[in-house]
Design a protein around this ligand. Structure first.
Ligand code: HEM
Ligand code: HEM
Length: 177
C-alpha cells in the first residue's frame, strides 16, 4: 500500500487541527461577551494561528512538490479521481485565500495586529476595503466548512462502502490486505 510521506502526514494532521480550531473560534466567538478578555484572547489566537497557517501552507506546497502524493488506487473511477483532485486543489486555495482575507479584514478597525503578541503590519487598505475583506473571509469560512464536510463524507464512504486503504494512506490505522 502506498502512503503519503511522513512530512505530508504530519503537516496534514497539524493543519487539520489548526484549521478546525480556527473555524470553531471564528464561528463561535460571537457567543463570548463582546469586550471580555476571553473574547480578545480567542481572536488573538485565531489571528496568530491563521497567520501560522499561511506559512505552513507554503511549506506544505513546497514539500508536496518535492514529495509527490502516492498514486490513487487503480480501481478509482475517473469521476472519483477528478473529485479528489478538485477537492484537494480547493483546500490548498482556501488554506491561502481564507487567512489572507482575514489579514486584510484586520484593516476594518484600528486595533493593532499581532502574531502571538509580536506586532505584525496590516495592509493599510482602509476600513471600507477591510469590511469587504471581512465579508469575503466569512464566505470563504463557509466554503472551507462545506469542503471539509465533503472531504469527511468521501473518506467515510471509502471506509464503509469500499473498505479500502484511504485513511492508512494518511497515516491512520493499518492497511487492509
Ligand atoms: C485558515 C485560517 C482561518 C480560518 C479557518 C478562519 C475562519 C474564520 C471564520 C469562520 C470567521 C467567522 C466569520 C463570520 O461569521 O463573520 C472568522 C472571523 C474573523 N477572522 Fe478568521 N480565519 C482564519 C484566519 C484569519 C486570519 C489570519 C486573520 C487575521 C490576521 C483572521 C481574522 C478574523 C477576523 C478579524 C474575524 C472577524 C471577527 C469578528 O467578526 O468580530 N482570520 N474567521
Ligand atoms: C480542515 C481540515 C482538513 C483539511 C484542510 C484537509 C486537507 C487535505 C488535503 C489538501 C489532502 C490532500 C493532500 C495532498 O494531496 O497534498 C487531504 C487528504 C486526506 N485527508 Fe484531509 N483535510 C482535513 C481534515 C481531514 C479529516 C478530519 C480527515 C479524517 C476524517 C482527513 C483525512 C484525509 C485522508 C484519509 C486523506 C488522503 C486522501 C487520499 O488518499 O488521497 N482529513 N486532506
Amino acid at each position: 500500500m502506498s502512503r503519503y510521506s511522513k512530512g505530508a502526514i504530519f503537516l496534514h494532521w497539524l493543519m487539520a487541527v489548526m484549521i478546525i480550531g480556527n473555524l470553531a473560534g471564528g464561528f463561535l466567538h460571537d457567543f463570548i461577551p463582546r469586550g471580555s478578555p476571553e473574547r480578545t484572547l480567542v481572536m488573538d489566537l485565531h489571528k496568530s494561528f491563521g497567520l501560522t497557517i499561511i506559512a505552513l501552507t507554503l511549506v506544505r506546497l513546497g514539500w508536496r512538490l518535492a514529495n509527490p502524493p502516492p498514486p490513487l488506487p487503480a480501481y478509482f473511477t475517473s469521476g472519483e479521481r477528478l473529485l479528489s483532485k478538485a477537492a484537494h486543489l480547493g483546500f490548498y486555495g482556501l488554506m491561502l485565500a481564507l487567512p489572507l482575507s482575514g489579514w486584510v479584514a484586520a484593516d476594518r478597525n484600528d486595533r493593532p495586529l499581532a502574531f502571538f503578541w509580536m506586532p505584525v503590519p496590516k495592509f493599510g487598505v482602509g476600513k471600507a476595503m477591510g469590511s469587504s475583506a471581512n465579508e469575503m473571509h466569512e464566505l470563504l469560512g463557509w466554503a472551507m466548512l462545506a469542503l471539509l464536510a465533503l472531504h469527511i463524507i468521501g473518506i467515510i464512504k471509502h471506509l464503509v462502502m469500499d473498505r479500502d486503504n484511504l485513511l492508512p494512506r494518511m497515516g491512520v490505522g493499518r492497511p487492509r490486505a
